[in-house]
Design a protein around this ligand. Structure first.
Ligand code: NAD
Length: 280
């Protein structure tokens, strides 16, 4: 529970608690708050926390990530799920006492996963930069999206269809999977480009399958038509006019989670979420 400061002295663990608006999440947040506020090992603070406890589901963890995305070098996250076990949540709502005990024994160990860096350049030169924990998608709503896809400076294909998704390894089980993309173990440092309803016929041709690019490679999408594009980054959406280019690469900093002794393996989570009990 104690953190070392630069002088080597131990300091209290600064904890931020954030929860979604569901009754059960607010109840768990209130319980945690009541326990930690009088505990000499912990200091509750939304500012500059060592650990962010997100209470809700994967969506809440995405929001917690974006709230603290500028503090990734020193923040670790813990997810408490108030529904089924999620992909970013290690604890269920009835395991709060276990969570507190594990934080008390914490020695600063972490599990870190790659995140995506996105840069959108508009026709007027304006740049919008963002980080994604799951994925970034670009879609053209009114008409077919036509865009050149460039992978590591190779003009790879001219895409025609609804849009393109670029996901992180941990995001591979989210929207990417619904689009037919592969599930990637989060220790693999790679990005996955997945098509959203591509047009494929005798005239128009794309690869058709998703593409997994390694850490050092950059993906660029260059829309070929003026107009409105809808760009989503995790759980937020932007509507941009006249997008000149979108660049994607793996961010230099990762997201870190508090290493949990009873951490559910990635494959167990995938099985639990998508396959279920084999004996039923
Ligand atoms: P939400 O809360 O409705 O989340 C949608 C579902 O995605 C939830 O069941 C959530 O548990 C699950 N999810 C989120 N991250 C996941 C992950 N990494 N692996 C497996 N499942 C995951 O909506 P939201 O809070 O706005 O979440 C945004 C996310 O929803 C986006 O990042 C995107 O991945 C996902 N999404 C999925 C689809 C789809 O599958 N067709 C469409 C839009 C968005």
């Amino acid at each position: 529970m104690t953190q070392m400061n630069i002088t080597g002295k131990k300091e209290m663990m600064r904890v931020a608690i954030i929860a979604n608006s569901k009754y059960q999440s607010r109840r768990i947040a209130a319980k945690l708050f009541a326990i930690l506020k009088d505990d000499p090992d912990f200091y509750l603070s939304k500012k500059n926390p060592h650990v962010v406890i997100s209470i809700g589901g994967d969506g809440m963890l995405l929001s917690a990530f974006h709230k603290y995305e500028r503090e990734l070098s020193h923040v670790r996250f813990v997810g408490v799920h108030t529904g089924h076990l999620g992909f970013y949540t290690d604890y269920r709502d009835f395991e709060i006492d276990e969570l507190i005990e594990n934080l008390r024994k914490d020695t600063g160990e972490k599990v870190s996963y790659p995140i995506l860096k996105v840069k959108i350049t508009l026709d007027n030169g304006r740049e919008i930069k963002s980080l994604a924990l799951n994925e970034a998608t670009v879609k053209r709503i009114e008409k077919t999206m036509v865009a050149d896809v460039i992978i590591n400076h190779v003009k790879f294909e001219r895409f025609r269809g609804d849009g393109i998704s670029v996901s992180t390894p941990t995001g591979s089980t989210a929207y990417n999977k619904s689009l037919g993309g592969a599930v990637l173990h989060p220790t693999i440092e790679a990005l996955q480009l997945t098509e959203i309803s591509s047009l494929n016929n005798r005239v128009f041709r794309t690869l058709g399958s998703s593409v997994i690019v390694p850490k050092k490679d950059k993906i660029e999408v260059i829309p070929k038509r003026l107009g409105s594009y809808t760009i989503s980054v995790d759980n937020s959406t932007l509507h941009c006019k006249n997008v000149a280019k979108i660049e994607y690469c793996i961010n230099s900093e990762k997201i870190s989670f508090v290493a949990t002794p009873s951490h559910t393996s990635f494959w167990e989570r995938v099985k639990d979420a998508f396959i279920g009990d084999l004996d039923s």
